[in-house]
Design a protein. Sequence first.
Length: 302
Amino acid sequence: GKEVVIANALIAILTIGGQQLFSFFTFSCPCHVGQNLIYGLAFLGVPALILLIVGYALNNQTWRLVTGKRSRFEKVTSSNRLLKCKLVCFVLCSITGRALVAPVTWLAVTLINGSYYICAVSEYVPVYYYGAAPNVTASERSRILATFPCSQLVPPELARARDEVILLLRYQSQVAGWLLIAVVVITVFLSYCLASCFSPLSFLHFRYWSSYVHNEQELFDEATEQHSRLYAMQHVKKFFGFVPGSENVKEIRIPSLREWQAISGLAFLKQVDEEHYDYSLLHDWALKERANGKYLRIDEDA
């Protein structure tokens, strides 16, 4: 849908901006043998991995998929087990597709930029400086190549060779970045085509179903907010003796020290029977205790 496309575009734009700032303020190649590769790959892979995990964590479908799966009330028969596995695989693919937007954008932009790739593989370039310094050992050659990302460390006689090596590595990095973008675009397009081909709904029916699911979720969220507020209001009224927001409050209840202690502290979700839970300590108190105790009348003038 349009909302998904807009959300993915915003994520990609924010990732590109973050990558540019990240590169400008934090990236500085060590230009040392054995450290360039680790440093360059860390800047390439670690942010992409973090963005992937964040993408999974921010998707509500992830928590819908994993929450409550160990509940003993959920019974799965052998007849619908295969169908459920197919549904789980489909949802996982959908979640992964959304989560991959930011890390793929990060990898593509960093490869097109070329700085990280140049730093990571400069010491492994299979060239002999185009005729420069041919009589050095392999270890010395690697040490010199490792300094190529840092122009101030390269001897003047190797400046031309350094420029040619940097151009070669930048070319490789940018080609890899554009190939990654092409592969992702083709994969996404083919995935949507296959999903549409195997859809049991026609084009207009599918649009109606998408609209229905969207409206149902909005209405459900509104009903959840109102229902939980009204339900909680009954428990708060029992504890304090009046409904929050009321204009004509005649009296208020003065909770005892024992009651304050009963609703204070920490508590987990508490199961009271096979079908119901207590959501909080106040909820547990309201269902178990009677609202006896001291009441104080409110002066109408006040």
